[in-house]
Design a protein around this ligand. Sequence first.
Ligand SMILES: [Zn+2]
Length: 146
Amino acid sequence: MMESFINRRPVRSECLRCGEIVLSGIAMGLSYRVDPIPLTMEGEIVARLGDRSTWSYLFGQMKHRIEHDVRKTPRSMVVATHKCGSSLIEYFDMTRIHQLNILMIQASRSNEEVDDMVQRATSIIWDALHGKVIDIPDDTVNLPLF
Ligand SMILES: [Zn+2]
């Protein structure tokens, strides 16, 4: 008989303890609650040393990363289990920003939530750049940010 595993796509919610935005769902029967911060390889190591699980997001689903996976360069965005007060924002992988935006839009339930997410994402990027001012040439002003 074939075993069946429950999968539920990530849905945006807020942590009831600290109020931070988290993504929660079920991957192969394992429930997860992760920070929407794509991690660099260094960030994943820091997360795992801090006793947090890591997950990769590919084709609309989260996949739990086991030790074997961590040794390989990830093909997709890697995020870590949420831990109140322990943001890994300094390990934000800027190359995954587009994938994060798509994920956050898919994980939101309404347009209001999407607007809120865009604002939060902008603030996350701002924090990650340590408030560094970016000079945008005039001819690119009309391009959408995300
Ligand atoms: Zn929390």
